[in-house]
Design a protein around this ligand. Structure first.
Ligand code: DAH
Length: 384
């Protein structure tokens, strides 16, 4: 082999190339190599270095680098060597030309085989089993509390109630004073909260929304007040220091307790079950008179108060044997509240109700741990 050709063929070799076994790439590799060696031993040796590097390339980038060095049209070693032929004596021209053409074709064939192998290995990454069911794309969804809230707001929308939202950071007078909580009344004890300043606090219920709505608008009003409320509670499985309520308020001429009962029963039948027994019992809230609590029959013991656990019969753990589960507070708006907002208690009457979203959601889904709602554990959230 003329020294110039030797030079070209060896100059482009990179010692970093890792040699592999080219006969694994081409079934006729050995035969073709032997044929080449018969023409030119030296060119065959140089060629073996390129095909070895091709076989040893671990990735497409390395393979491309070897390919460029060997056979790229302009800078490839074989292309450049072939370009030298016209200046050689005839006998050299014939031998080297034949050997270089055989060599170049062999390198190209090895490169092609290796490229195909690397590409199909890449497609097979992770061992895809095409017979497995597809992976469902993960889609988000509203939080379970938001789902129940929307269901409730939709129900009340159907009964003519629109949504009114009011601040979570509230004036003390709206949270208490104007709702007829006397300054030292023990009813305030159940509403211990976080004060921002002596006059400003985190609201303990959504009822202050009524006061804002009534000060802002003239009757008739039919509104629901969804939102987050706060209380300085000791946190446990059924108490958190923040939770959600929805209040409702209907103020007009001649609104009666019968309207309240009909509304609450419609609510209970839609949210619990169509024939759920309900009861209304008196209870004190400063801002309503009379004030009531609505209970629905306990679904766990179906109103027996007893619960069968295997062979043992015991007190129902949900209603604690009382047969009833408390759902909400309600009542007829107290005349003092109307006076506080500038309504004439002789001209209008109204009913109101307030319910806890967590309590309803826990009852609906059998959730026993209120803290789950805020923990954002995806394993909890994705169940709903
Ligand atoms: N605001 C009361 C509370 O959080 C619940 C309540 C009772 C709301 C009676 C009402 C109502 O609208 O009429 O304890």
């Amino acid at each position: 082999m003329p020294p110039a050709i030797h030079d070209i063929l060896t100059r482009r070799l990179d010692p970093a190339w890792k040699p592999g076994e080219p006969s694994a790439l081409l079934a006729d590799y050995r035969e073709r190599m032997a044929a080449l060696a018969m023409v030119s031993q030296e060119i065959a040796q140089a060629t073996a270095v390129f095909t070895g590097a091709i076989a040893g390339a671990d990735d497409l980038a390395t393979l491309q680098a070897v390919r460029n060095a060997a056979v790229s049209r302009e800078s490839g070693a074989f292309s450049q060597a072939l370009a030298l032929l016209p200046g050689l004596p005839d006998s050299e021209k014939r031998v080297s030309g034949k050997a270089l053409n055989l060599a170049k074709a062999l390198v190209e064939a090895a490169e092609k085989a290796k490229r195909e192998a690397l590409e199909s290995a890449r497609e097979g990454d992770g061992d895809i089993d095409v017979t497995l069911p597809g992976r469902r794309p993960w889609t988000g969804r509203p939080h379970v509390l938001a789902q129940v809230r929307e269901e409730l707001l939709d129900l009340f929308h159907g009964l003519g109630f629109s949504v009114y939202t009011s601040p979570e950071v509230e004036l003390e007078t709206y949270n208490f004073g104007k709702l007829n909580f006397a300054p030292d009344h023990p009813a305030r004890d159940a509403h211990d909260t976080y004060f921002v300043s002596p006059d400003v606090l985190l609201r303990t219920h959504t009822s202050p929304g009524w006061v804002r709505a009534m000060e802002e608008r003239k009757p008739p009003l039919r509104l629901v007040f969804p939102g987050r409320v706060y209380r300085a509670e000791a946190v446990d499985a059924s108490h958190m220091d923040q939770f959600h309520q929805i209040d409702g308020l209907y103020v007009a001429k001649n609104v009666s307790m019968a309207d309240l009962k009909a509304t609450l029963n419609t609510f209970a039948r839609a949210i619990y079950r169509r024939d759920v027994p309900t009861r209304i019992i008196p209870i004190y809230f400063p801002f309503v008179e009379p004030g009531v609590q609505m209970d629905v029959q306990c679904a766990t013991c179906t109103g027996t108060g007893r619960f069968r656990d295997g062979n043992e019969e015991k007190r129902c753990p949900v209603c604690k044997g009382t047969k009833w589960v408390e759902v909400l507070g309600a009542g007829m708006v107290h005349p003092n509240v109307f006076k506080a907002v500038g309504y004439d208690p002789e001209a209008v009457t109204g009913f109101a109700f307030g319910m806890g979203l967590e309590r309803i959601t826990m009852g609906r889904h059998g959730i026993h741990e209120i803290r789950e709602f805020l923990q954002n554990d995806i394993r909890f959230l994705e169940q709903f």
